[in-house]
Design a protein around this ligand. Sequence first.
Ligand SMILES: [Fe+2]
Ligand SMILES: [Fe+2]
Length: 314
Amino acid sequence: MTATLSEKDLEQHFEHTIEKDQRIEPRDWVPEGYRKTMIRQIAQHAHSEIIGMQPEGNWITRAPSLRRKAILLAKVQDEAGHGLYLYSAAETLGADRADLTEKLITGRQKYSSIFNYPTLTFADVGAIGWLVDGAAICNQVPLCRSSYGPYARAMIRICKEESFHQRQAYELLMTMMKGTQAQRDMVQDAVNRFWWPSLMMFGPPDAESANTAQSMAWKIKRHTNDELRQRFVDMTVPQAEALGVTLPDPDLKWNAERGHYDFGPVDWDEMKQVVAGNGPCNAERLARRRQAHEDGAWVREAAAAHARKMAEAK
Ligand SMILES: [Fe+2]
Ligand SMILES: [Fe+2]
């Protein structure tokens, strides 16, 4: 005789899996809150990868050499790949990809606010790869141990590619810093514009972060927003020194007592404005994504018709 597992047994099994630091897999029972949180986080991450192709994609046709163009093309293409693995991971939780896309293009699901800033010069390609992909690495390395198996495994490959993104950018900036004064000024200007938005990528301060406590308990997240932000600052300051640029924060200084760099206050009002849709490029990014989706309708129809024919032929 087989006994059916009660809701309580299932819940206990879930709790034990988390406690023992094992992975939750698609076949496992999960509480509805866990499923929703995980879908929201993975979808938001997937959307960020896809929208994140736009600011840099803007420079592919104007890259200064064939070498830079090939690197940038590869990087932007990697981001498309990241988006696709992540949409697949969300599907293992029962999410529907068409529905997620619909939610993105109608503004009901968010993507990282960093991609709502414009890319004004080619140095921005370097600043984004160094700072934005750098911040993404700080956020994502601990996610390789996230409790949801498909997400954690996707993150391993993504992190490897992100580290290539960061290195190519640092090398790009280093090359520009060895160039003319105009090139050095261009790098400094790009760093000035991307520094603060990069710090915002870690999300609101812990005291105001609604989801942090539950996400930590479920081991979806391993470190708080403020811990990760500090780690990013500590990692980046020596890199800025080696590069020969300054970071636009007069309060930035080493605190020997804490063993960390102190830094000035982040402008959270600006972040709220950008998240609310009022950043410099929000409308443009969404309009472009919507257009690309509409332009791709015939491809989706053709693929569906082909799949139908293949199924009928069996
Ligand atoms: Fe990525
Ligand atoms: Fe990247």
